[in-house]
Write a protein that binds this ligand. Structure first.
Ligand SMILES: *Cc1c(COP(=O)(O)O)cnc(C)c1O
Length: 319
């Protein structure tokens, strides 16, 4: 089977990210191990630049543009962690970044994006379609659109995280990965299955946003309406067209966890491991700790995907 991303692309992405991305730590917890009777290895992308793995894909995509494309600049229409990743990666490359954001986006996100030197184009999300606006702006201004997950260089960049994890801890039986649009999962699958053909890779979605699970069962991309979940980074409505074939062929299964499970997991990370993890970042760990996937006596890699969260909100959940 040949896919739009190969392991060679992930090796190249690793080389581009060398000394640019943070080689994030892998933590263990005896308490967590005891609770599920397994050896768990948490890859902590909450300590990545901009607080999420998204820096990897964004930086790799920009680094791989032509000189002409870079000179004109890039555009994206995601307002989540990808926006900050594009803004910061553009700053590092000294290029222009334009971020299309709803005018009622959280002030903290607007400030963070501007802080990295990006320009913001506001739109009214009740009357305007962000993708139409993005296409129009990109065309008028010669900008290259870098979408959050449905883009080979983004997938390859995200794959470097699983590669690092496996290179650090060696053979694992399972790799558990949060799933939104599928950039992280598709990249992780290519990396993990190339290094360890026998590894079982499992994607984890919020219960209310299980479009990926439905797609896997149906054998085609299923779209759902915008899910209501505290896992905002995985509140996507459908998998990407580049991502789905990779996921469909290589994933062991896609499982779900509830928002309540995510809150319990956030509390565990804060109390036991002294870490702030955003709800989406808790998806993979919650599936293991809740025993949605049973991993008894196994060695398990778990990706903690991000740590960006409003502190008041965090306090109300863990308090
Ligand atoms: C974007 C994001 C995800 C989901 O990644 P996809 O590549 O869209 O599947 C998971 N966790 C965090 C923290 C994110 O920002």
């Amino acid at each position: 089977m040949s896919f739009c991303v190969t392991y060679q692309d992930i090796i190249l992405a690793s080389q581009r990210l060398n000394n640019k991305a943070i080689l994030t730590p892998v933590f263990t917890s005896r308490t967590a191990n005891k609770l599920v009777d397994a050896q768990l290895y948490f890859k902590c992308e909450n300590y990545q630049h901009v607080g999420a793995f998204k820096f990897r894909g964004a930086y790799n995509a920009i680094a791989n543009l032509s000189e002409t494309q870079r000179r004109a600049g890039v555009l994206t229409y995601s307002s989540g962690n990808h926006a900050q990743a594009i803004a910061y990666a553009s700053q590092l490359h000294n290029i222009r970044a334009l971020i299309v954001m709803p005018e009622d986006a959280p002030k903290i996100k607007i400030a963070a994006t501007k802080g990295y030197g990006a320009e913001i184009h506001f739109y009214d999300r009740y009357s305007q379609d962000r993708e139409v606006i993005a296409q129009q702006l990109a065309k008028e201004q010669g900008l290259t659109i870098i979408p959050p997950f449905d883009y080979p260089d983004v997938i390859a960049g995200q794959g470097t995280c699983a590669k690092e994890l496996i290179e650090e801890v060696g053979v694992v039986d399972y790799l558990i990965v949060p799933l939104g649009g599928g950039g992280l999962l598709a990249g992780s699958l290519i990396a993990a299955k190339s290094l360890l053909p026998a590894v079982k890779v499992i994607g984890v979605e919020p219960q209310l946003g299980n479009d990926g699970q439905q797609s896997l069962r149906k054998g085609e991309v299923v779209s759902i309406s915008a899910p209501k979940t505290i896992a905002d980074g995985a509140a996507t409505t459908h998998l990407g067209m580049h991502n789905f074939p990779i996921i469909q062929s290589l994933v062991e299964d896609i499982v779900t966890v509830s928002d309540d499970d995510l809150v319990l997991m956030m509390r565990f990370f804060a109390e036991r491991m002294k870490m702030i993890v955003e709800p989406t970042g808790c998806l993979a760990a919650a599936a293991v700790m809740k025993k949605v996937v049973s991993v008894e006596h196994k060695k398990v890699g778990i990706i903690i995907s991000g740590g960006n969260i409003d502190l008041k909100q965090f306090a109300s959940w863990v308090g």
